[in-house]
Design a protein around this ligand. Structure first.
Ligand SMILES: Nc1ncnc2c1ncn2[C@@H]1O[C@H](COP(=O)(O)OP(=O)(O)OP(=O)(O)O)[C@@H](O)[C@H]1O
Ligand SMILES: [Mg+2]
Length: 443
């Protein structure tokens, strides 16, 4: 009675602990015992081969039963089970993908997804509970230079942001959908690495300025942003001059030794890579007067140049906003086309989702619109295979992010080109209360 009560309590209050104690054993047994009959019921069996039928007839034995895919491996994980199946002749990956929902109900799992490993072998990943409800990142993650864990996928795998593979990314979402928390996670994950962080936060800096000690340059308004982006473009040109000078190509230099980007340079010469984080990007593209229009064009041109040429100089863009479409003026769609990584938090209308996925994964558009409003932070992300996955970043509070950034403040590199934008670390003077009329008057 006590064991059943404890299991019930864990299942209700702490699904992750329930899974690690009782769930994994029960689910593993259920899958092994019922696999053949479930596959049969889900239409994943093929009729026996001709020679088996002939043999059975010739020897007057009962006819062999239809055959289900063979289980190559069943591996328990922290959040579920991973089943590797060898397909039978005539079956394909779509058969398994189409049956995922049926398998989910039959095995009483929370989620089931499948993917092809190699021809004839399919991996079915099952989760025992809703891993996105309370995101807990595994303690051991595979962090490499410029590749950081940022969120958990719904199949329990870790979602990495890899700046070497996908230098530029766009994150869209309605207000209060979790964009800034996602960006904060990125900053906290990048803080221990050898990388310069540059921030543009046109919400007067409320999101990024508290993390200032780890940043090498920050801008909190459009004017500073324009100057900062120009400085980045000229830094990029300096880096290319350095790479040119290092190439020193003669006829007998083997191919592999010619540097074409900063990663090919020897370590002692390699400029530090820069990640430029832009929050509320639409603010940079709005204007009311002729002067502001000129400034806007300057900003968008600089951003587009960084997106087109920045990768080899180690400059990566991480752009967040509520909308980023052609209604923001010329140059926006050109810039958007350069941003390979796409993530959409909850959006309110189809056109916003189209801005993120319309041109790469049309079925992800529907998934982005259907994200629930009561779970901020849930997002759809495109992956390298052209598919998409649902992810959620852990809820890192501003306090935790500030602590991480302060701990690694010494790692913030000093870039002479960006020195004028180094954030001032003095505590800002309190605002005169009368300037904000809605502050309640104190007696
Ligand atoms: N991954 C998450 N897990 C749990 N809660 C989250 C997560 N992401 C965001 N939230 C909650 O949602 C709130 C809004 O998040 P956030 O400030 O990131 O939204 P936003 O998209 O940046 O909004 P805005 O466009 O207004 O700046 C946060 O205060 C937090 O409480
Ligand atoms: Mg925000």
């Amino acid at each position: 009675m006590l064991v059943v009560a404890a299991a019930g309590l864990l299942w209700w209050r702490r699904p992750a602990w329930y899974w690690l104690t009782f769930g994994v054993v029960l689910a593993g047994l259920r899958v092994l015992v019922r696999c053949a009959s479930v596959m049969d019921a889900c239409g994943l069996t093929v009729s026996p081969s001709r020679w088996r039928l002939t043999l059975a007839r010739a020897t007057n034995r009962p006819l062999p039963r239809p055959r289900a895919p063979r289980i190559l491996r069943l591996r328990p994980t922290r959040t579920g089970l991973v089943l590797r199946l060898k397909l039978r002749p005539g079956q394909d990956v779509f058969d398994v993908a189409a049956s995922c929902d049926r398998l989910r109900h039959s095995f009483a799992m929370y989620g089931v997804t499948s993917r092809e490993l190699r021809s004839g072998v399919v991996e079915v990943r099952m989760t025992g509970y809703d891993v996105l409800k309370r995101v807990q990142m595994p303690i051991k993650v595979d962090t490499r230079p410029m590749r950081v864990p940022v969120a958990l996928r719904e199949d329990g795998a870790v979602h990495y942001r890899d700046y070497r593979a996908v230098p530029h990314a766009l994150t869209l979402g309605a207000t209060e959908s979790g964009k800034s928390v996602y960006q904060r996670n990125l900053v906290a994950a990048l803080a221990p690495q050898r990388v310069a962080l540059v921030g543009i936060d046109c919400k007067q800096g409320v999101e990024l300025f508290p993390l200032a000690r780890r940043f090498s340059a920050l801008a909190d308004n459009q004017d500073t942003a324009a100057e900062l982006l120009d400085a980045l473009v000229s830094h990029m040109q300096d880096v290319y001059q350095l790479i040119r000078a290092e190439q020193q190509i003669t006829a007998d230099v083997p191919d592999a030794e010619i540097a074409a980007d900063i990663w090919d340079l020897p370590e002692d010469l390699r400029p530090v890579p820069i990640v430029v984080l832009v929050d509320e990007v639409a603010e940079l593209a709005l204007f009311a007067t002729k002067e502001e229009e000129k400034r806007r064009d300057r900003i968008i041109t600089a951003l587009a140049r960084l997106a087109q040429l920045g990768r080899a100089a180690g400059i990566c863009l991480e752009i967040c906003g509520q909308r980023f479409g052609s209604e923001l003026g010329k140059g926006i769609t050109t810039l958007r086309a350069q941003l390979t990584g796409r993530t959409a938090h909850r959006v309110n209308d189809e056109s916003s989702a189209n801005m993120t996925f319309g041109d790469i994964a049309p079925d992800a558009v529907l998934a982005a619109i259907q994200l629930p409003t009561d779970m901020p932070g849930i997002a759809i992300t495109g992956d390298s295979t052209g598919g998409w996955a649902r992810i959620r970043a852990p809820h890192t509070s501003l306090r935790q992010a500030v602590n991480t950034c302060n701990r690694y403040a010494a790692l913030a590199p000093d870039l002479p080109a960006l020195a004028p934008f180094l954030p001032a670390l003095a505590i800002p003077t309190p605002v005169d209360a009368s300037a904000v009329e809605s502050i309640p008057a104190t007696a």
